[in-house]
Write a protein that binds this ligand. Sequence first.
Ligand code: BEZ
Ligand code: FE
Length: 290
Amino acid sequence: MSRAADLITFNETTSAEAFASRFDATDDATARLLSAVVGHVHELIKEFRPTQEQWRKVIDFLTEVGHASDERRQEWVLFSDLVGASALVEEINSRRPSGATPNTIRGPFFRADTPERALGSSISLDGIGEPLLVEGRVEDLDGLPIPTAEIVTWQANAEGYYENQQPDLQPEFNLRGTFRTDQNGRFHYRTVRPSGYGVPDDGPVGRLLAQAGYPLHRPAHLHFVVRAPGFETITTHIYDASDPKLGEDALFGVRKELVRPFESSVADDQPGSKVSVTFVMVRARPGRSK
Ligand code: BEZ
Ligand code: FE
């Protein structure tokens, strides 16, 4: 029988099948994923039955998200994070043994080009805010230290804004740094205490969710990516235990093992706070993403 004779007529019942049948001759993983996604989109359209105008608005929204995205602002990442897609992919791929530091989402404010800094230095380039000392240790599941692990950190300032949200107000790379643990797996650096903040609602994703009445608050936190050869990379947050809105995180990212007291302390005669963190790494497992 000719290929043309096999083609499925497109109608409301057969639409997804008609699309998928064009991949019949291939076993490509992308083709399979695409067919599944298209199948779900067709189901959604059949359930909600949008008018042409409503569907155009959906496409306009997606176009706006694309236009709002560049290397400083990652609106697609924000979308994925806020609808729980990033957290679900994380959950599926990085479930860890008990005692290991869990992964959380990386979020849209990470910068891969964060400069390396000496242990003990300050990542607060404008010095604005209440001083905070961060000290910590990177270890394996047996408690053995991991020397020369790489720690990338980034955080909001005391007003709740990241440096790449305020390129005209904050110095470039303010409140960001890359550090390496010493021979005992330890690291420390100085910074300022971050504030909680509202997820940006000045772009299409935040605007849509705010209009729909979705709570967009994030409690105060520090972000970390921890890498060491032979270990799974940790992407995580540390939350300030004193934040009264810990239970109201827009992204459901707060877990009790990631909440730490930011204790009062005095360093160099300056009153401030101190937080101690331990990152527990798991050895790389075959078939797991790094
Ligand atoms: C953040 O914590 O930086 C963040 C994560 C997801 C959406 C918005 C902000
Ligand atoms: Fe954040």
